[in-house]
Design a protein around this ligand. Structure first.
Ligand code: FAD
Length: 439
């Protein structure tokens, strides 16, 4: 069976909305049509604001449509115990609650608007295959209990009763209240709903430059100039190319695959239906199933400047071997879809170090699991960005979510929409403080 080299979510979608033709004046311009930009647009539509969203390719064609579609609360940059140690319990509780609520809002919105995006709630399992790692699970479990995040520890026997994992797995931490969906279907559905009443979404419209001018901004696009009083930048791993947060974001490219369909009995035996599974051994790998019976996995990321979302055959082969090592019954299953996608890693403001990292990422494959990079990790990586860019309250940006961008992007989009209207709610304020708490 030939492999389709395209994200499983994007194989059935393409551009839906017209490109911009000619000049346009609007109150708020949103750049980027992933979950962040579309969530901002939806909030502005709810508020009756005047806005236009400009997407250079197609809606959800960036990270969003290349993701695994997993909805997990929290921020990738830190485990619960780290967050408590650095910033205290109250802040950690708040972040988990706010991101958990973002997942509930995605669910409620898709139900209310009738968006068919296969939203399925379910647990997530952090499985470990080194006895020495069990103590990390216990530490995280204790911290989670302390913050009211529902988790439980499973020993080797218990995890094997729940999931058909191989002998190498020695235990797991189970998180409740996670979910999964088809991220492109959700964002497309939302975009259609917005466009129906506002006509303000433009695809195939690249913003080349953002220029400040009297009373606002002028955005140069390939088909006309857009004048706006405020700008929302929702371009995640591409943000630096617009001169925003320059040198503060580096792209981590991950490869992903989806297998052929499994029959109901095989899926049941696997125990993975509706569950998310991740494994930190060496490189980070993430697995889930789809509602039509496939198993998906991504991981083994490398820092990269490549613009192509084509899969890397070598990385797809190593990712597949991780999948069959963890779930031996999948050996021999064919790969039907393979692709790669960019995550945005936010860097602290250390210009020289950042320039070196970005330069190296353009020349060699830098893997986060390399001992030196691992050591440097927490000193170099910052929290996600949210708020005014370069101190200009009229230009807002939310970016740098690494692999947790679906709930964070949904939340970041709403927060930027409210900020652009001058509304700073209690949640917005607490979130701004939580992100800027460290790094
Ligand atoms: C392989 C992979 C798996 C992932 N899995 C998960 C997961 O399971 N769960 C999770 O929460 N997160 C996951 N993530 C991360 C998540 O996908 C992203 O963090 C999230 O989708 C970011 O959304 P966004 O809207 O900010 O960015 P994007 O979806 O990248 O949207 C930005 C958009 O801006 C557009 N754009 C860029 N520059 C311009 C310009 N100059 N003019 C006009 N438009 C422009 C791009 O075309 C793009 O469509 C994964 C990421 C990858 C790569």
């Amino acid at each position: 069976m030939p492999i389709t080299e395209k994200s499983i979510w994007l194989s059935h979608t393409g551009p839906t909305f017209d490109a911009l033709t000619g000049d346009l004046e609007t109150e708020i311009a949103i750049i980027g049509g992933g979950i962040t930009g579309v969530s901002a647009a939806y909030r502005l539509k709810e508020k009756g604001a005047d806005f236009a969203l400009l997407e250079r390719g197609s809606i959800a064609g960036g990270s969003t449509g290349h993701s695994m579609g997993a909805l997990v609360p929290g921020i990738e940059q830190e485990d619960i115990w780290q967050s408590i140690a650095k910033c205290g319990r109250a802040r950690t509780e708040f972040v988990w609650r706010a991101t958990g609520e973002a997942i509930s809002q995605i669910r409620n919105l898709s139900t209310r608007l009738g968006i068919e995006c296969d939203f399925v709630p379910g647990p997530a399992f952090d499985v470990v295959d080194r006895p020495s790692n069990l103590k990390f699970l216990e530490r995280e479990h204790a911290a989670a209990e302390d913050c009211g995040v529902e988790t439980s520890i499973l020993d080797a026997k218990q995890i094997r009763e729940r999931l058909a994992v191989g002998d190498t797995v020695v235990g797991a931490l189970k998180y409740e209240k996670c979910a999964q969906m088809d991220p492109a279907a959700f964002v497309h559905g939302l975009a259609k709903e917005i466009h129906k009443s506002t006509g303000s979404i433009f695809e195939r419209t690249n913003v080349d430059k953002i220029k400040s001018e009297k009373g606002g901004f002028m955005l140069e696009t390939d088909s006309g100039a857009v004048r706006a009083r405020k700008v929302i930048v929702a371009t995640e791993s591409y943000t630096g190319q617009l001169g925003v947060l320059k040198n503060r974001i580096v792209a981590l490219r991950e490869n992903a695959l989806a297998t052929e369909r499994l029959d109901d009995d095989s899926m049941k035996a696997l125990g993975m239906k509706n569950a998310l599974v991740w494994n930190m051994a060496r490189d980070y790998y993430f697995m889930r199933t789809t509602t039509d019976g496939r198993v998906m996995i991504d991981g083994g990321g490398t820092l990269s400047s490549s613009q192509s979302d084509a899969p890397n055959p070598k990385r797809i082969a190593s990712t597949y071997s991780v999948l069959v090592k963890l779930f031996p019954s999948l050996r021999g299953r064919e790969i039907e879809f393979a692709w790669s996608g960019r995550m945005a890693v936010p860097l602290r403001p250390v210009p020289v170090v950042n320039r070196i990292i970005r330069m190296l990422a353009g020349v060699i494959e830098v893997r986060p699991s390399m001992p030196l990079v691992e050591q440097a990790g927490s000193r170099v990586i910052s929290m996600p960005f949210l708020g005014a860019c370069s101190g200009n309250p009229d230009m807002l940006c939310s970016a740098g979510y690494i692999g947790h961008g679906l709930p964070l992007g949904f939340l970041g989009g709403r927060v930027m929409a409210e900020m652009s209207l001058g509304e700073v709610t209690e949640t917005t304020d607490a979130l701004l403080r939580a992100y800027s708490g460290h790094g």
